[in-house]
Ligand binder design. Structure first.
Ligand code: OOG
Ligand code: MG
Length: 256
């Protein structure tokens, strides 16, 4: 049997991102399942690496009920981050580079000594050197930000840009810190890190396990986004965005 055209789907998604033009969903018509969708994701990100981008980390998606409910997909997913997606803390993004950008508050980990593939994380403080508040800018390449599970996996889990606030040493507890997303100084979303799989440290176990299934090894020095604790909010031109995580401080960006 001939399977879905992995290279062709990756090319369509890459062209949609490059031209900031939405496309229709592809999984149903091409018979794409979640496993093959990760192969499409690898090809889509390879397109970026081929033009000189570097892999700098991994992001988790749909690790909170708020996110699952917002997009109507209820499985934890993961995607790849490259250097070009990183915006300096306090930096500027151009909304014109994206289709329908949304922002969400995240907790970032700076990875250190990780277990061998297949091994559990074991000591979190060995695996993670530092933690930081972060903002993820997501931009589904599908029209109306609407997708199935394989569609969003193939689309590199809507990854588009991210900003990371100041790094802090790993605090004693990460499981119940208040999270705020502010737009122009007004609170747009409120949550707790408890919303992230009960404790964002679990996101790392899930990331190691799920990425490991596809032969992807997390690296020392990589950034790891644990997944948003709240729903995402549309990013409008001119907006000042700040994500605040209790004990960790804040990350911010401005939109043109
Ligand atoms: C998928 C990406 C989800 C998160 O933090 O849950 C994600 C989407 O919502 O488009 O990044
Ligand atoms: Mg996210």
């Amino acid at each position: 049997m001939i399977g879905p055209d992995v290279a062709g789907i990756a090319e369509k998604l890459g062209a949609a991102a490059d031209s900031a033009t939405a496309i229709g969903q592809l999984a149903a018509e091409t018979g794409l399942d979640s496993d093959t969708a990760y192969t499409v994701q690898a090809a889509l990100v390879q397109r970026r690496l081929d033009r000189g981008e570097r892999l700098v980390g991994l992001k988790m998606g749909l690790t909170s009920r708020a996110k699952m409910a917002q997009v109507g997909v209820d499985e934890v997913i993961w995607g790849r981050l490259t250097d070009v997606m990183r915006v300096p803390d306090g930096g500027t993004v151009d909304t014109g580079d994206f289709i329908h950008p949304r922002v969400e508050p995240e907790v970032a980990f700076l990875l250190d000594r990780l277990p061998e593939p297949g091994e559990p994380v074991g000591s979190f403080t060995r695996a993670v050197r530092a933690v930081a508040p972060a903002i993820e800018l997501i931009d589904s390449r599908y029209a109306n930000f609407t997708f199935s599970l394989p569609d969003v996996i193939a689309d590199n889990t809507s990854a588009a840009a991210f900003a990371i606030g100041p790094w802090s040493p790993v605090p004693d507890g990460l499981d119940n810190l208040g999270v705020l997303l502010e737009i122009d100084g007004r609170v747009a979303q409120v949550g707790s890190t408890a919303a992230i799989l009960g404790d964002p440290r679990r996101a790392l176990d899930e990331g190691l396990r799920l990425a490991g299934r596809h032969g992807v090894r997390l690296r020392k020095g990589w950034v790891f986004l644990a997944g948003a604790a709240t729903a995402a909010v549309p990013l409008r031109p001119g907006a000042h965005v700040r994500a605040v995580v209790e004990k960790l401080g804040s990350a911010s960006l401005k939109a043109l």
